[in-house]
Design a protein around this ligand. Structure first.
Ligand code: HEC
Ligand code: HEC
Ligand code: HEC
Ligand code: HEC
Ligand code: HEC
Length: 306
């Protein structure tokens, strides 16, 4: 009996000790851990995060310039938040500001690491099922969240921007050999696949006019969305006569700054005149290009007719 008590006591003590060894991951303020601490175990998620713009929210030139080199106080908290709170209560993280929206911004709250599951981690962790819902992102993305609410998208922000794959949560040996594979949300946000099927262009070639229709098929919000950034989709239509002469060149710009994004599942239609005398003897091409300052263009959709 005594033996059992002693062994139980030892085991309990060990569990507490091991748990406490990682309590530095729960510190906040000046002692908030850097994301490289999380990388020691969650290497794959770290790699994904470090490539997306949450990781650049503080250092990217667009923000640096627009915030007047960090002198506009009202701009700073969302771009390097200590922890999630109501928008008016967001506070700046005093350390590692250059990491922008980092692991601790989204996962560490009141000295506890929150995750969507209920796992036994090396560190203390508690479950927060709201992490799987769009409302979780709304703290900083309220205008987009409201568009999403109005659009009946069926999918949450995470379903499109953090698509799930089966893999381990931890890559570091030996812990990696003790944890099973799970369905894990990739920390991608923007990636090539998100544009697949996001928009469609159709058209109708007539005599004297060509009609182009653009539909937002797969962005669960206006296309583009956003309040602070300058995100643009440009619809370019050109037509060439059989002799190779340009008989039409038009451009429509949908921009987050102008607030004229195409709502989810909505279609916009343009009818352009073709120079007289060309008849139906022309080739037409329409393309949709995604543009953001300081980043390469992305071709999203196109339509052609001979
Ligand atoms: C603490 C505030 C905050 C939270 C919470 C947050 N975001 Fe963001 N998000 C930002 C900021 C700031 C940017 C702009 C980053 C930049 O481009 O500099 C951004 C940018 C983005 C972008 C555009 C990325 C790009 O490449 O241009 C996507 C997509 C996005 N967030 C999705 C999400 C999703 C999905 C969630 C919820 C799981 C979420 N965000 C939660 C602050 C936040
Ligand atoms: C913009 C907010 C945001 C940032 C930044 C962020 N996460 Fe997450 N994280 C989430 C959300 C939301 C989920 C739940 C996604 C899901 O399971 O579909 C999640 C899930 C996880 C999980 C549980 C596995 C899973 O996918 O469900 C781990 C572990 C994790 N994140 C670690 C990290 C680490 C490490 C970093 C920094 C390198 C980080 N996260 C940065 C929002 C964020
Ligand atoms: C010493 C290794 C280690 C370090 C360092 C570490 N974690 Fe973990 N974490 C784990 C393990 C182990 C799990 C559970 C994995 C499993 O069972 O699949 C886990 C699980 C999680 C979960 C999911 C919890 C749940 O129940 O949904 C989140 C979120 C998370 N970690 C975030 C972080 C963040 C943020 C950091 C950095 C501040 C961090 N971790 C640092 C080992 C670590
Ligand atoms: C059905 C899939 C889907 C859902 C749901 C979704 N998005 Fe998107 N998101 C996209 C696509 C596709 C793009 C790129 C095209 C576009 O809108 O410009 C995008 C782009 C973005 C951008 C970059 C600005 C822009 O328009 O290019 C942000 C920020 C963003 N999403 C945030 C969110 C947030 C926050 C939520 C949840 C409230 C959400 N998204 C829900 C598919 C989705
Ligand atoms: C409520 C949180 C919040 C506040 C406050 C905020 N931002 Fe942002 N910022 C975001 C989010 C979320 C995004 C990405 C989507 C969007 O534009 O809505 C973003 C994106 C940006 C971008 C685009 C970055 C890129 O990669 O192109 C710039 C520039 C920017 N913000 C500047 C500012 C400035 C300047 C202010 C102050 C006037 C400010 N932000 C205040 C949340 C915020």
């Amino acid at each position: 009996m005594k033996k059992i008590v002693i062994i139980a006591g030892l085991v309990f003590g060990l569990v507490v000790l091991v748990g406490a060894a990682y309590d530095y991951l729960l510190e906040m303020g000046d002692k908030t851990p850097q994301s490289s601490e999380c990388k020691k175990c969650h290497a794959t998620i770290y790699e994904e995060w470090s490539k997306n713009f949450h990781a650049k929210a503080w250092v990217n030139d667009q923000f640096k310039n627009a915030s007047n080199t960090y002198s506009k106080k009202e701009c700073l908290a969302c771009h390097t938040a200590q922890q999630l709170a109501a928008e008016k209560d967001l506070a700046i993280r005093p350390v590692y500001k250059e990491e922008g929206v980092n692991c601790t911004t989204c996962h560490l709250r009141n000295n506890m690491i929150y995750g969507p599951y209920k796992l036994v981690a090396k560190h203390k962790a508690e479950q927060d099922v709201s992490m799987l819902q769009s409302a979780f992102c709304s703290v900083c993305h309220m205008p987009t969240y409201q568009e999403w609410q109005g659009g009946d998208a069926q999918k949450q922000c995470q379903d499109c921007h953090m698509p799930r794959v089966e893999r381990k949560l931890v890559q570091a040996f030996p812990i990696s050999s003790l944890v099973p594979k799970r369905m894990v949300g990739q920390h991608l946000q923007m990636y090539e696949g998100v544009f697949q099927g996001a928009a469609s262009i159709t058209g109708q070639k007539g005599t004297g006019t060509v009609t182009i229709s653009l539909t937002n098929m797969g962005a669960g919000h206006n296309m583009p969305t956003g309040k602070y950034g300058d995100y643009r989709l440009v619809l370019q239509t050109t037509a060439l006569s059989s002799g190779g002469k340009e008989v039409l060149s038009k451009e429509e710009v949908f921009s987050s700054q102008k607030g004229n994004g195409v709502p989810f599942k909505k279609t916009v239609k343009y009818e352009y005149p073709i120079q007289p005398g060309v008849g139906k003897d022309y080739k037409v091409k329409a393309t949709l290009v995604y543009q953001r300052a300081g980043r390469p263009d992305v071709a999203v959709a196109s339509w052609n007719a001979e």
